[in-house]
Design a protein around this ligand. Sequence first.
Ligand SMILES: O=C(O)COP(=O)(O)O
Ligand SMILES: [Mg+2]
Length: 229
Amino acid sequence: MTLKGLFNTHWPAAALFDLDGTLVDSALDLAAAVDQTLERLDRPPAGIDQVHQWVGHGAAILIRRALAGKADWQPANAADEALFEEAMTLFFQHYEIANGQHAKVYSGVLECLNRLQQMNCPMAIVTNKPEQFVAPLLKQLKLDGYFQLIIGGDTLASKKPNPEPLLYAMEKLNGRPATTVMVGDSAADVQAAKAAGISCVAVTYGYNFGNPVQALGANAVVDSLSELL
Ligand SMILES: O=C(O)COP(=O)(O)O
Ligand SMILES: [Mg+2]
């Protein structure tokens, strides 16, 4: 399915992109920072395969999962909260250094962004990654020239799967739900888009908490963003 197919032969009026697992494979850097955090806390490493499945709900939930050693962490007692706060501080320190060291832009991404830019389609990043890490990563990977707006996981009061960040970004780009597209790799992206009434494209190569994206109910599922052109 192409973008023009999705919008009755028109290009979208605004395009919102998820970051981790959609534009950029950042799991190695996130895993390095998670494992350095765990090491500082005298805990065994989580490893890339686990971290791969834990990314997508933002840094706090990533760290809660890392401390629990599993995806479905339980609400913590007061002692656990102190450990969580310490782990968050360590993670931010380590990820600031690791961010962008191994991250790679997925194949097909530049083609898609270049074409949308040529078509004067305004674009925004809507990620759950903490905002402070987004601009440095985009700059490092030479993706910084494409986006009018960056919404991170802590930019607004709520994050995906809440629709608020999508609706906020769409309005800033002068888009309307019927003419805006959200492109993402996970259930958080598809649920947020559906709740916002925005069309959604899911990519198959991302993280999605270790699950296939085909069952999420996106308007289109693609193996590469170049398929959208
Ligand atoms: O969970 C994160 O930190 C980032 O996730 P996202 O870019 O896929 O929203
Ligand atoms: Mg993602």
